[in-house]
Design a protein around this ligand. Structure first.
Ligand SMILES: Nc1ncnc2c1ncn2[C@@H]1O[C@H](COP(=O)(O)OP(=O)(O)OP(=O)(O)O)[C@@H](O)[C@H]1O
Length: 334
């Protein structure tokens, strides 16, 4: 396999008594979108700032294209494009002025007009920073991270504070950037974002890597445990609940039965991988024909739960409503 473009080994970083990064290792291959996913305070920003040579590590090594960034941060300055978490630009500067200003810092910058076009900013080129929407500011911050023609772009909490539509647009742009050959290191606390965008990722919690792989590998690697949601016609719900409770008592494959939050007609049945084999014959024997039966799709949230024993609570500013899955699994487990 080719040498990884980024390699972090046993990274440790403390701030006084606070251990921000305890022991983090991962390797990023050229051309991939690699995610660093974890709740607020997990140590994600500290990890990428250290790998960019912006902070001094207390232990471990960080290499970008084989260069130790702690020893020689200047050597990777033109290789890395770092997107600032909050763009620190003057209110009056226009989009195009900002890009041209930053272009001047590099020996071989990207073409500002091409970047504007790629990030759908051309119509806003003459707009002042203060007048941009949240999504436009984020797109400008991506453009600024790319202006030096970097091989690797670090995008930190790119879509925090954006509405769902702007978030989806930004995801498409990230894919567009990757298609140009840039390797992307994506820092995020949004599970859905990581699942949708990342080729591979690490999940970080309290300064440690708890899981690593492709989103699908991590989900497929979850042991046992399935949740099936059964929806009954209103007149059958009571009898359905009784029959399923009886089933849970007598059948080892069925572990729990609980109403689904926010629904009068759905019941979540949790159990082993074989729970469906028990459920369907029991419904048939009671002549209860459900309106719908669906298996709950497992997600990275379940991976986090499996590895940490805690539900994933990304942070107070998480704009996304809880997913269907969250509601059902919580209902079924309570
Ligand atoms: N300069 C600092 N001095 C002291 N503690 C810090 C400093 N920067 C970060 N920390 C602490 O280190 C821990 C890790 O912070 P870090 O910002 O790396 O996490 P994060 O996963 O990026 O979270 P967030 O998304 O909230 O930025 C947190 O507990 C944070 O409060």
């Amino acid at each position: 396999m080719a040498e990884p473009i980024v390699e972090v080994r046993n990274l440790r970083k403390t701030y006084g008594p606070k251990v921000a990064v305890d022991d983090v290792s991962f390797a990023v291959e050229r051309g991939e979108i690699f995610g660093i996913l974890g709740p607020n305070g997990a140590g994600k920003t500290t990890t990428v700032e250290t790998l960019a040579g912006l902070r001094q590590a207390d232990g471990g090594t960080v290499r970008v294209r084989g260069v130790d960034t702690q020893r020689d941060p200047a050597a990777v300055r033109d290789v890395l494009g770092v997107q600032l978490q909050e763009a620190a630009l003057h209110d009056k500067i226009t989009v195009s002025e900002a890009l041209n200003l930053f272009a001047g810092f590099y020996a071989d910058p990207a073409d500002p007009d091409e970047l504007l076009a790629m990030l759908d900013l051309t119509p806003h080129a003459d707009r002042r920073f203060a007048k941009l929407s949240g999504g436009q500011k984020q797109r400008l911050s991506i453009a600024l991270a790319l202006i030096g023609n970097p091989e690797i772009a670090i995008l930190d909490e790119l879509t925090t504070g954006l509405d769902p539509q702007a978030r989806r647009t930004t995801w498409e742009l990230v894919e567009r950037v990757r298609a140009t050959g840039v390797t992307i290191l994506l820092v995020t606390h949004f599970m859905e974002e990581a699942e949708r965008l990342c080729d591979r990722l690490v999940i970080i919690d309290a300064g440690n890597v708890v899981a690593e792989g492709t989103p699908q590998e991590l989900i497929d690697g979850l042991e046992g445990g399935r949740t099936v949601v059964v929806r009954f016609a209103p007149q059958d719900v009571e009898r359905g609940r009784r029959e399923l409770a009886v089933l849970a008592d007598r059948d080892a494959e069925v572990e729990g039965v609980a109403p689904v939050d926010g629904s009068d007609t759905e019941i979540a049945v949790t159990g082993t991988r074989r729970v469906l084999f028990s459920l369907v014959p029991a419904l048939a024997a009671a002549d209860l024909v459900p309106d719908d039966v669906r298996t709950v799709t497992r997600s990275l949230e379940d991976v986090f739960l499996a590895h940490t024993g805690r539900a994933y609570l990304p942070g107070a500013d998480d704009a996304g409503a809880p997913t269907d899955t969250t509601l059902i699994t919580e209902g079924a487990r309570s």
